[in-house]
Design a protein around this ligand. Structure first.
Ligand SMILES: [Zn+2]
Length: 76
């Protein structure tokens, strides 16, 4: 028994939409910025006021404590 598979029909209005690729030169600064931001966030969640300390006190540790345990970073 042969089964037929229905193929989607592309209407002529959808087929004419041009796709413009993003150049790497436009994306690279944002990728570097977001990567740096993620590394800073990873440092604060994973190590600040635990293994190392930039700020004194325990405020940052209290804010990220559950996330630190959730992600498996050593805490106490
Ligand atoms: Zn802890």
């Amino acid at each position: 028994m042969a089964q037929s598979i229905a193929h989607p029909v592309i209407s002529p209005a959808d087929a004419g939409t041009p796709v413009t690729p993003l150049p790497l030169r436009a994306v690279l600064p944002w990728a570097v910025f977001m990567g740096t931001l993620m590394l800073v966030l990873l440092y604060f969640v994973g190590a600040e006021q635990g293994a190392t300390s930039v700020f004194s006190g325990a405020g940052v540790h209290e804010w990220v404590h559950d996330g630190r345990h959730l992600l498996g970073f050593p805490c106490h």
